[in-house]
Design a protein around this ligand. Structure first.
Ligand SMILES: *Cc1c(COP(=O)(O)O)cnc(C)c1O
Length: 375
């Protein structure tokens, strides 16, 4: 057995990036400054010149988008139960009402038929999530939003580098939120960015980012909305700039590894194990995660334990949000979203990161055969 532990995810920070961070630390300006401005400029160019602002997480980005859209008490916001809990927490944070719509068990993303069925006269917005970086049918999503006059806050936390019909996710649409948390395809250690529609929204985003402060006149400041403290530092932006310069490489490497998973597991893997693979799609998805859904005969903790015995780390993304106590206390119950509950119970994330090799994939596949194969 291979003695080195293979984690499910690991950031790769190159020496040039480490040197750039050291330069910031020596510069005398370590909070938001020129590096943030440069990072925002480069992101904006990538997102088709749409306005972009950076933040200290990919959670506050969504909360701020909801605030800019004026969504609050009494408003319903539709989202998926299979995401990081942040996606629903931001709805509660602004005083609005989370409404879950079940997932499509094949894509594991929100089911747009279920979204349409969940729309009421109080619905104001949809927060779709691109799990593992896999986009939805974006044409249909925006057709539904237009028909019902809904805002869309895309939780594209996992989807930088993903595309829809050749266009980067974020280069079109309404609000689009990305995370640069440590495990994401590109990182700033912690951080995020929000793609906005126009300069007025960008000015609002800047206010919400820093205590509601706006500059008015030639030396005055004014506070006219309640903002928070969500700015990105130049230290983080220097990491982001180094990472962002490798985005195409990173996406290509992940697609290559995903292809190798499919090739090595073989076309009979599902039949031999009862596990479900993700949809094999290599054009649009950035392969943030490579997730399989386990057969019911093995529990997730049992599977993780057995893979750990092979020195392989397994991730878990995600538990159904509606079954957390905070949400059960709001009236959500087991049985409400059966596809999300099944996937949430049995989904696991196999190792997938930029520095991983095809030999590492081979190791994971051999261990999977050992742990899961019955025939
Ligand atoms: C990472 C992630 C977030 C939160 O991003 P942070 O930067 O950690 O705040 C939200 N939604 C999804 C789907 C994520 O993967």
């Amino acid at each position: 057995m291979n003695n080195t532990f293979l984690p499910f995810s690991k950031p790769t920070i190159d020496e040039a990036t480490i040197a750039a961070v050291a330069d910031v630390l020596r510069s005398g300006w370590i909070t938001s400054g020129p590096k943030v401005a440069e990072f925002e400029k480069q992101l904006s160019a990538y997102f088709g010149d749409r306005p972009v602002r950076t933040f200290n997480s990919g959670t506050c980005t969504m909360e701020i988008a909801l605030r800019i859209a004026g969504i609050g008490a009494g408003d319903e916001v539709i989202t998926t139960p299979i995401s990081w809990v942040a996606t629903a927490n931001v709805i509660l944070e602004v005083g609005a009402i989370p409404v879950f719509a079940d997932i499509d068990p094949v894509t594991r993303n929100i089911d747009l038929d279920k979204v349409e069925a969940a729309i009421t006269p109080r619905t104001r917005a949809i927060i779709p999530v691109y799990l593992a970086g896999k986009p939805l049918d974006m044409d249909r999503l925006y057709a539904i939003a237009a028909k019902h006059k809904l805002r869309v806050i895309e939780d594209a936390a996992q989807a930088i580098g993903s595309t829809w019909k050749g266009k980067p996710i974020g280069s079109f649409g309404d609000f689009v939120s990305f995370s640069f948390q440590a495990n994401k395809n590109i990182t700033t250690s912690e951080g995020g960015c929000l793609v906005l529609n126009d300069d007025a929204e960008a000015v609002s985003a800047e206010k919400y980012r820093l205590q509601g402060v706006s500059r008015s006149g030639w030396d005055g400041i004014e506070v006219d909305v309640l903002g928070g403290k969500f700015n990105m530092t130049d230290i983080a932006a220097a990491i982001g700039l180094g990472q962002f310069s490798k985005l195409n490489d990173i996406t290509a490497q992940r697609r290559k590894l995903a292809r190798h998973y499919f090739a090595t597991l073989g076309k009979d893997f599902e039949k031999q194990t009862g596990a479900q693979l993700p949809p094999a799609e290599f054009e649009m998805t950035n392969w943030h995660l490579f997730q399989i859904v386990l057969p019911d005969r093995i529990t997730r903790p049992e599977f993780m334990e057995k893979m750990k015995a092979h020195n392989i780390g397994i991730g878990f993304h995600y538990a159904p949000i509606h079954l957390f106590k905070l949400y059960r206390d709001l009236g959500f119950k087991e049985g409400m979203f059966p596809a999300a509950e099944r996937v949430g119970r049995q989904i696991v994330s196999l190792p997938m990161f930029y520095a991983m090799t095809e030999a590492d994939v081979d190791r994971v596949c051999a261990a999977l055969g050992d742990v899961l194969k019955t025939q």
